[in-house]
Ligand binder design. Structure first.
Ligand SMILES: [Zn+2]
Length: 154
């Protein structure tokens, strides 16, 4: 166990913020957790430390050090990822990359809200808009990288 990951969090939002800052939000849970959504009560399996309930799109979060037990899972709120991508365009490369990651998660979150059997137009529109921005931002990052020699290549 390491500092700052004591498992003492008041809310899932704090957990999600923390693991996102550490870059672990897409980390797989070593053993997928079968949980009951704390919002809608629906059962689903958490495969990453920040996962979205497919029934109500509640974002649920657990810290990587405490992901062995469902008791440590807390809800981070519906629209957690979408809140993150609100705000104006970003300019610097690290900001762009952070936004691209948040967009990828927001796309997943939005996909989770799509009902399997019927297309819901407002959700579809939102999804397409997110995917468009994702593409544009990915392109901007690529040209940023190729056009600026001072940015070290990975
Ligand atoms: Zn739910």
């Amino acid at each position: 166990m390491h500092d700052g990951c004591s498992g003492c969090f008041d809310s899932g939002e704090q957990i999600a913020d923390k693991v996102r800052m550490m870059g672990f939000d897409q980390s797989p849970v070593p053993k997928p957790l079968d949980i009951d959504c704390q919002h809608c009560g629906g059962a689903f399996t958490m495969e990453t430390v920040v996962s979205v309930c497919p029934a109500c799109s509640m974002v649920c979060a657990v810290t990587p050090c405490h992901c062995s037990h469902v008791d440590h899972v807390l809800p981070a709120g519906i629209g957690y990822w979408r809140r993150l991508i609100q705000g104006g365009p970003v300019k610097s490369l690290p900001q762009m990359e952070a936004r691209l990651k948040a967009l990828a998660s927001a796309i997943k979150e939005t996909e989770a809200r799509l009902p399997a059997h019927s297309a819901k137009p407002p959700v579809m529109m939102e999804l397409l808009a997110l995917e468009d921005e994702y593409e544009q931002l990915a392109m901007a990052i690529r040209s940023h990288r190729s056009g600026h020699a001072e940015i070290p290549a990975k």
